[in-house]
Design a protein around this ligand. Structure first.
Ligand SMILES: NC(=O)C1=CN([C@@H]2O[C@H](COP(=O)(O)OP(=O)(O)OC[C@H]3O[C@@H](n4cnc5c(N)ncnc54)[C@H](OP(=O)(O)O)[C@@H]3O)[C@@H](O)[C@H]2O)[C@H](O)CC1
Ligand SMILES: [K+]
Length: 246
């Protein structure tokens, strides 16, 4: 299922964009106008962490949270969220699919996470780790075919686990343009998508959909031909979206 637009509780219509358009928004932000990737990832990670705290309610900060991260920007956003949760006294364990593949900004996010002293576990350790909440930051909009390797192992582990899952940007294994899952995929309880909703987010696997403001100025979207409602983030840095049944 794909959606051409989503709407907010205030009735604002938010256009949905394709992965190609999202990449172009990222490119213009990073190469031309800003914010840079560190700034966007910080806003993404802090926003994702705040939803986790809200979802745990009075079980925060003692309830165990497991953040499962991939090797790209999605993983980087998850590692950033893990650091924010650890900094706030949360009971966090981070598991990375292929730690040796981390480079650039995601690698810097891991170094910062390690400075909190919070736990890092391996994929092999997973069955020994308790979790009341799972954060799915394995694969984002650069999914390329059916998940394989450690990424697929993490997705399958989350699918078997009873704890609710919060997915970053898109449930891992779901194509953000088509909403189709070519192989194993996460069924999220909540999805926090970044910057603008993607056409593939009108899918059962998404659960409750939230749009996070990651600080991108409207001119960046305009250069890709996207007009977001000016009051979109007036209620806060994260707003709930529903698929428009138009
Ligand atoms: N402005 C924004 O929207 C921001 C988005 N952010 C997040 O970044 C991701 C996109 O990041 P990107 O690095 O392009 O890609 P992913 O994180 O989605 O995936 C990258 C790696 O995943 C591996 N991969 C891809 N397909 C498969 C597969 N079928 N099976 C297994 N593994 C797969 C691959 O890793 P390798 O190690 O194999 O190379 C890819 O390299 C976006 O979704 C947002 O979440 C930023 O965090 C902030 C700004
Ligand atoms: K994800």
């Amino acid at each position: 299922m794909t959606a051409s637009s989503f709407r907010t509780d205030a009735g604002l219509v938010v256009p949905a964009i394709t992965t190609t358009q999202m990449r172009e928004v990222d490119r213009i932000a990073i190469d031309e106008l800003g914010p840079n990737l560190y700034q966007m990832m910080e806003n993404a990670g802090g926003n994702l962490a705040s939803l986790c705290v809200e979802l745990l309610g009075d079980r925060w900060p003692s309830a165990p949270i497991v953040v499962l991260a991939g090797t790209g920007g999605n993983g980087g956003g998850g590692i950033c969220a893990a650091r924010h949760l650890a900094n706030r006294g949360g009971n966090v364990t981070l598991v990375i699919s292929n730690p040796s593949h981390l480079k650039g900004v995601p690698a810097d996010q891991l170094a910062l996470y390690r400075a909190t002293g919070a736990r890092v576990a391996t994929v092999a350790d997973l069955d020994t780790v308790d979790a009341d909440l799972l954060v799915d930051a394995v694969l984002g909009y650069s999914l390329d075919g059916a998940p394989h390797g450690a990424a697929a192992e993490l997705i399958r582990w989350m699918s078997r686990h009873p704890a609710p899952v919060v997915s970053l940007d898109i449930p891992s294994g779901v194509d953000s343009t088509t909403g189709v899952a070519p192989g194993a995929h996460v069924s999220a309880t909540h999805t926090v998508t970044l910057a603008a909703p993607k056409t593939g987010l009108d899918a059962e696997a998404v659960g409750t959909l939230w749009l996070a403001d990651i600080g991108i100025p409207r001119e960046v979207y305009r250069r890709v031909g996207i007009e977001l409602p000016p009051a979109l983030f007036a209620p806060g840095y994260r707003v709930q979206l529903r698929a428009s049944k138009t």
